[in-house]
Design a protein around this ligand. Structure first.
Ligand SMILES: Nc1ncnc2c1ncn2[C@@H]1O[C@H](COP(=O)(O)OP(=O)(O)OP(=O)(O)O)[C@@H](O)[C@H]1O
Length: 586
């Protein structure tokens, strides 16, 4: 029974559950992972075998040399050479395979997480800053490789090596074998368990502080001009230094744990060697053990501890890996705010939009951004929605494109938008956003986002319609010009026109324009009106603006929005004359 108080957040999933889920996600790479692990075991066993056989051989040679007898040294010499080749070659092949496996695992995890994030954007990701998102997608996912490379492989190698050494030792000296079991259990199980427990809290703190650090650094870089203008650079640097200090402290705790773990393993190894001698020498004197076998057993004992030596460090690091995995899973398990229907989008007759009692808010305790909107956009109508800042105009765009969940009803061609797949809705409604995002790519790639198969001719046509032809002609590299991150290398007006060209390429029957001329000078805006008029031909248009101005020539109806509601909807002539009409225009 779960007796956890209801007001507390659910307990984080246990380590085993998290690891099982993680390995379940990457099970398709199990062949690569198993091959990497097998090579790791083979090369480690070869190394240990090399040590044991060499010790045995050298001691035999010394004894034979002292006694003057003959010995067959061809077989051990060949075995030593074979083991040396296997160890070196095996290590190389192991590196190749484990790297391939790790890269495949990371690629699979990143694609999986990205796939889970797509239905969440933008409404489901509202609480996360972009640096946090980036951190989960890159750094946390990268940290997950440790579960395979840093934990699974060392564990497997340690278990196999310990078993081989124990069986060999038992064959010669059963009591020593039992003692080794105890010491190996201490170094390979008890110590790692202790470091895992102790490493969990500082590991999680390290991950959390690293994320804050990245967010602050990214924020500082983006806002460096503002920080310089207001003399706030040193305050920001102090904030960064404080978090960096906390992160270092957590890192030091993890390092200390790792060092303590390594020291304890080394101590156990020396103890095992001393014990082997302590049990072996009397057996030697009693004639129950040959001198080369004793040398071999001492070397084997040391080698077994070498195999378990990485375990405490690996398990201490596993604390951070588990923290990363929990954060990744928590993000991936966020329920999508907009649920896609399971059946295909229904066929429709026309592209008329009908909105009734539409309500939208960004969080359960927020005020309604849309508080009962009623609006009609029959096919072919050009409607402007005018309202002051904060009236809810952009929220209307969010609801219409199914990016945000809403209450009330929106129908497209008589069918509820809830029965449509988001992608199908967005294929019918092209949007020019108020602040379009331009990717750090060429102008051509940014335009092709709307239609990947578009030819240069089609691109140039859209460019001409968006009044960008002079601008593109002035660029030495034309369509191959790099626009930079968030269009940093183009002006605000150019970015807006690129976004308009992108929407025109999408060739959707409904055009949604969110402040299309905002940020453009009067001359460019005037040129744009003409281009927009051509582009609007044969399309329904919803134009959103806080000031109609020259845009009035492009629309036939004007709706006024205030405090999340449409308060009037009249013809453009009536609007110009200042008349307020009925709520819905037939
Ligand atoms: N992502 C968001 N998260 C929380 N609240 C939001 C978000 N976007 C808008 N709002 C809030 O919703 C209300 C309506 O905002 P909206 O952007 O839709 O208005 P708008 O008419 O488009 O304004 P503007 O012309 O300034 O863009 C405002 O109170 C705003 O603060």
């Amino acid at each position: 029974m779960n007796d956890r108080p209801r007001h507390l957040p659910p307990a984080p999933p246990g380590a085993l559950r998290v690891l099982r889920r993680l390995f379940g996600l990457i099970r398709h790479e199990r062949r690569w992972m198993a091959a990497g692990a097998a090579m790791a075991v083979l090369s480690t066993l070869s190394g240990i075998g090399l040590l044991a056989v060499s010790g045995h051989f050298i001691t035999s040679m010394a004894l034979v040399g002292a006694g003057g007898a003959a010995i067959n040294y061809y077989t051990p010499a060949a075995l030593i050479r074979l083991l040396a080749i296997l160890r070196t070659g095996g290590r190389y092949v192991e590196r190749l395979i484990t790297h391939e496996a790790t890269l495949r695992v990371l690629a699979r995890l990143r694609v999986w997480l990205f796939g889970r994030l797509v239905p969440l954007a933008p409404a489901g990701l509202g609480g996360l800053r972009s640096a946090e998102l980036f951190s989960r997608l890159r750094v946390d996912v990268d940290a997950l490789e440790h579960a395979y490379l840093g934990a699974l492989i060392p564990l497997l190698v340690a278990v196999v090596v310990a078993l081989v050494v124990l069986v060999t030792t038992m064959l010669y000296l059963p009591v020593l074998g039992l003692l080794l079991v105890l010491l190996l259990g201490l170094a390979g199980a008890l110590l790692p368990w202790w470091t895992l427990r102790r490493g969990r809290a500082p590991g999680a703190a390290m991950v959390a502080h690293a994320e804050v650090l990245r967010s602050l650094a990214a924020d500082g870089l983006r806002g460096r001009a503002e920080l310089a203008l207001y003399g706030a650079e040193s305050a920001h640097a102090e904030k960064l230094a404080a978090v960096a200090g906390q992160q270092q402290q957590a890192q030091r705790q993890v390092d200390r744990l790792q060092a303590q773990g390594s020291a304890a393993v080394m101590l156990s190894a020396q103890l095992a060697a001393v014990c082997t001698l302590a049990f072996g020498l009397p057996a030697l004197q009693a004639g129950a053990l040959a001198p080369p076998a004793l040398t071999m057993l001492v070397l084997l004992a040391l080698a077994a501890f070498e195999a378990v030596a990485p375990l405490p460090e690996a398990w201490a690091q596993l604390g951070a890996t588990l923290a990363s995995a929990r954060r990744v899973f928590a993000l991936a398990d966020t329920p999508p705010p907009v649920i896609e229907p399971s059946s295909p989008s229904p066929p429709i007759g026309d592209n008329s939009l009908t909105i009734r009692d539409l309500r939208l808010r960004y969080a359960a305790d927020d005020a309604w951004a849309l508080a009962g909107v009623d609006l009609d956009l029959p096919q072919g109508r050009r409607l402007a929605v005018v309202g002051p800042s904060g009236a809810g105009k952009s929220s209307l765009v969010g609801a219409l494109t199914r990016l945000y969940p809403y209450e009330g009803s929106i129908t497209l061609g008589g069918t509820s938008l809830a029965d449509w797949h988001g992608d199908d809705v967005r294929a019918r409604i092209a949007v020019v956003e108020q602040q379009p995002y331009l990717f750090d790519a060429s102008l051509r790639d940014n335009l092709r986002l709307a239609r990947p198969e578009a030819s240069d001719e089609q691109l140039n046509h859209a460019i001409a319609q968006a009044q960008l032809d002079d601008y593109v002609a002035s660029l030495p590299r034309g369509l191959d010009t790099w626009v930079g991150e968030n269009g940093i290398r183009v002006s605000g007006g150019e970015a807006r026109r690129i976004a308009i060209a992108r929407a025109l390429l999408a060739d959707a029957p409904i055009l949604l324009l969110d402040e299309p001329t905002e940020g453009l000078d009067a001359g460019t805006a005037a040129r744009l009106y003409k281009a927009l008029a051509i582009a609007m031909k044969g399309r329904s248009v919803l134009l959103i603006t806080h000031r109609l101005g020259g845009l009035s020539s492009l629309v036939d109806h004007v709706a006024t929005m205030e405090q999340g509601r449409i308060v009037s909807c009249v013809t453009t002539e009536a609007y110009r004359e200042g008349a307020s009409g009925p709520l819905r225009v037939p």
